[in-house]
Each structure stands twice: as structure tokens, then as C-alpha cells.
Write a protein that binds this ligand. Structure first.
Ligand SMILES: [Zn+2]
Length: 345
């Protein structure tokens, strides 16, 4: 999800000449955190593969990061927050979800460039290889034949041949307003409908959506990648979730990473925008024992902020102006701080 600030920043980033953005970065720059999801050689269907950069674009973005910033390991977070004036060009690089292509495609590129990064895994998907529920919903709304479908906990779904993307948006909005228990039932019904329609091979075709196995996560960790948690099931930790569900989403992934890999110090909220994280959610994350947690709200991490609601910027699919945009991210801090205060109340 792209925030309004992200959109404006992208426009501005394109407008600001590179030389000026360098001056901005030196004078006003603040440490920043940015993230991607996966990287694929080619995109077969942009409606479905919304989480992946194509290799040449990814290479260009990462080269720009390397040229213009100091990309540091997340273990430096405390020092960076304590001394932002020494870290005007510091960027933390992260990847969310745990797609298999982060090992096969992204890691060789990042290793070649010497860029450290953190991977946030949704542990139920590593345990079961079940696809991301939002991908399954996209598959349902885009690929099921036209007709009326009864999906538990959702209004009757009338799929027509036209306007599938609009229906997908509306359907996903209804779905993510459900608690995990009901959402699981709704997604299971979509998968059953897909399987019944003979569309199961599509799930295979879009191998970009397959998750890492634990031995693969271990391999990334062995190569220096910090492993953090991105909830157990890839679902928003929003106000629809019960306290019990939030506790499970916060505690279980830490236990799984610690059992399989080693210390799990950081958390990133799935979806992670203002509507996707509740006051009870960040408290559950704090109480689970993490050192810090990242949202997807725009801004720059600052020492006086709630360290369980730190800002982060999602790298857009064709983010050619990222280097000009990063120095502008601190413009989001007022809105971010206001939101943090609302959630603290
Ligand atoms: Zn995610």
C-alpha cells in the first residue's frame, strides 16, 4: 500500500535535481529504513505479482542506494538512533514476507554489492509453504470464472468479466476487516473454489509467491542476513483481531525463529499502515520481547519515537528516484508522531 506521502514524495523526488537532493541529504538527512519484498526475472501478471521487483530495476535501485547512502546492519539501530547527526546517510535495508526468491535472486545481488539487510519472515508460511492469503484472494478475484460465489463472512461475490481489479480491491478491503479466525475460513473457501475450478496449476505457475523453507532461511542467516519476524500468519494486526490473536501473532514467530535460527530481535507488521496496527498490537509485540518493530508508515526513525512503531518506506515497483526521495522522508514524522500518540492513549 502506498501512502499519500509516499506518492507525493515520489513526485517531488522526480522533480528535485540529484545535486540538490545530495545537498539536502548532507544538510537535513536522517537515518531511514526501506524495504522490498521479492525479486523476479520476469513478471507474468502484474495484477498477481504485486510484491516483486524485476531484476534490472532491483539492481538499479540497489546500486543507487549503495552510491548515495551508507547501508548498515540493523544491529546498529541503537547507535544510529542515539547519534542521528553522525548518520545522515544511513539506511537500513529490509525485505518482508520471506519469498523463496530472496535467496535465489536477491541475495546474490545484495552480496555482490556488499549491502547488509534484514529479512522479516511470516513463520506459518515457512512452516507450511501456504501462500500469502492476499495472493490467494487476488488469484480468486482475478482468475475465477464470472459468476456468484458465497464466501463465508463476506458479502455475496458477483464476479463479472470487467473491472476485476476494482473488485479485487473491494474484496480485499472486506477480507482484511475480518479477524484471523474468520479470515482463515474465507480464504479456505476461496482456495476450495479455485481448486474446484481447476485453477490449482496457477498456484504452481506463480512460483514467485512460494516461500523459503527453514533450511533456506538458515542459509540466508549463515550469509549474514538478520532474521526478524513478520507475524506468524501474514495478516494485519488491526483492531479486528482479538488480544489472544495478537499475542499469538507476536509470540509465535519469535519462538519459531529462535527454535530454527537463533535470536529474533526485530518485528515488522504485515501491511503495517496506520489502519493495520492497533494499540493492543504494538503492546503485544513489545511484551513478546522484541527490541524494536517497524510499520510501513512514512517517516524517519527517531530516538524519541515509540520504538515498537518505527517508520519504514516501501520501495515502489519502479522507484528510480529513491535516492532523491529518502532525504524527504522526515516530512512524514509529524503525522507518524500524532498516530503513535493516538495508539498510546
Ligand atoms: Zn508482508
Amino acid at each position: 500500500m502506498t501512502s499519500r506521502l509516499g506518492y507525493m514524495g515520489r513526485k517531488l523526488g522526480g522533480w528535485i535535481p540529484p545535486a540538490l537532493s545530495q545537498i539536502l541529504a548532507h544538510g537535513l538527512g536522517r537515518p531511514a529504513a526501506v524495504f522490498f519484498h521479492g525479486v523476479e526475472p520476469v513478471t507474468l501478471d502484474p495484477h498477481l505479482q504485486v510484491n516483486h521487483h524485476e531484476v534490472p530495476v532491483f539492481r538499479a535501485i540497489m546500486a543507487a542506494l549503495k552510491r548515495n547512502f551508507d547501508v548498515l546492519p540493523l544491529a546498529e539501530l541503537d547507535d544510529v538512533l542515539a547519534h542521528p547527526e553522525r548518520h545522515r546517510r544511513t539506511v537500513f535495508l529490509m525485505s518482508d514476507d520471506g519469498y523463496a526468491n530472496t535467496l535465489s535472486v536477491a541475495q546474490p545481488i545484495l552480496e555482490e554489492m556488499g549491502l547488509p539487510w534484514t529479512l522479516f519472515v511470516s513463520t506459518r508460511h515457512i512452516d507450511t509453504r501456504d501462500r500469502n492469503p492476499i495472493f490467494l484472494a487476488r488469484l480468486f478475484f482475478h482468475y475465477m470464472p464470472a459468476g456468484r460465489y458465497a464466501i463465508p463472512h463476506l458479502p455475496a461475490v458477483d464476479l463479472e468479466d470487467a473491472a476485476r481489479e476494482a473488485m479485487t480491491h473491494a474484496g480485499i478491503a472486506c477480507l482484511t476487516a475480518l479477524d484471523m479466525g474468520r479470515a482463515n475460513e474465507a480464504v479456505a473457501a476461496m482456495v476450495a473454489a479455485l481448486t474446484g475450478a481447476g485453477l490449482a496449476p496457477l498456484i504452481e505457475q506463480f512460483s514467485s509467491e512460494s516461500f523459503l523453507t527453514w533450511p533456506q532461511v538458515r542459509e540466508l542467516h549463515r550469509r549474514g542476513v538478520e532474521i526478524g519476524a513478520h507475524a506468524h500468519w501474514h495478516w494485519p494486526l488491526n483492531a479486528a483481531q482479538t488480544v489472544e490473536q495478537l499475542r499469538e501473532q507476536a509470540c509465535r514467530p519469535r519462538q519459531r525463529v529462535e527454535a530454527e535460527i537463533g535470536p529474533c530481535r526485530y518485528f515488522a507488521y504485515p501491511f503495517g499502515n496506520t489502519g493495520d496496527v492497533s494499540g493492543a498490537a504494538w503492546r503485544a509485540v513489545r511484551d513478546a520481547g522484541y527490541e524494536a518493530a517497524f510499520t510501513t508508515v512514512s517517516g524517519t526513525p527517531e530516538v524519541e519515537q515509540n520504538r515498537f512503531l518505527l517508520p519504514r518506506y516501501g520501495i515502489g515497483p519502479d522507484e528510480t528516484h529513491l535516492a532523491s526521495l529518502i532525504p524527504l522522508l522526515s516530512a512524514g514524522n509529524r503525522r507518524l508522531t500524532r498516530w503513535q500518540k493516538e495508539l498510546a492513549a
